[in-house]
Design a protein around this ligand. Structure first.
Ligand SMILES: [Fe+2]
Length: 109
């Protein structure tokens, strides 16, 4: 990133970063963990990969709203304390990424 810019440019940079993470960075880490037979690392990288893809979608939705001259709708946001999965609206049970129970979701105010 090249410092703070306008919201649209900041979101575009964030989207590019998330895409890199779930298409290149974490798949490489996951492959290495699988090759080493490190099951705990595999779980961690698989969760991170899934969550970064979700963040990519959330940022993309926010960018679309900005381009339309709107704000995203105000809603509850829940974050899984285990993997970082971020959900607008009602939380999931279990977490769609790491399968943690609903009690592991924290509402962000
Ligand atoms: Fe999770």
């Amino acid at each position: 990133m090249d410092g703070i810019q306008d919201t649209g440019a900041n979101l575009e940079a964030a989207i590019a970063g998330e895409k890199y993470e779930f298409t290149e960075l974490y798949p490489g880490f996951l492959s290495t963990a699988e090759g080493e037979g490190n099951k705990r690392a595999e779980i961690s990288f698989r969760n991170a990969l899934g969550v970064e893809e979700i963040h990519h979608g959330l940022y993309s939705g926010a960018l679309a709203a900005v381009k339309d001259g709107n704000d995203i709708a105000e809603t509850a946001i829940h974050v899984c304390e285990i993997c970082g999965n971020t959900v607008y609206g009602a939380f999931q049970d279990p977490c769609a990424v790491c399968k943690a129970p609903a009690a592991k979701f924290m509402e962000i105010e």
